[in-house]
Unconditional design. Sequence first.
Length: 132
Amino acid sequence: DDLLPLAGQLNLTDDLQLRVWEDVIRYAPGGLDTLTLALRFGIRRETLSRRFAAGGAPSLKRAMDAVRLVAAAQLLGNPGYRVEDAARLLHFSSVTLLQHTARRTFGVSAREIATMDAERIAQVLVAAPIWR
């Protein structure tokens, strides 16, 4: 829910974009794919992806990845969780994919995102080239 206010900064202004963003925040950490999301909104996957990214907003896949990385940061902030645990719990297909996604999105390893506070994560998400 802390990510909901980022909608305006991410150019998510259309009603559909805002409703999808809410669902991404709520369900992406548990393993959400674009087809399931499209079915939930009663439109084709391609249409949903195109409409979500309209007006300079991030791609739907990038938005879902970023939300999952925020969840990974929260898990990895607990010393009881390893990167392998975070990858499994957040439905990444492999530890390597989690590592690659963290590096591509934040420029750091998956373990290092745990040291980023929420404000810093938000700043990186908004400023990151993936949103353009």
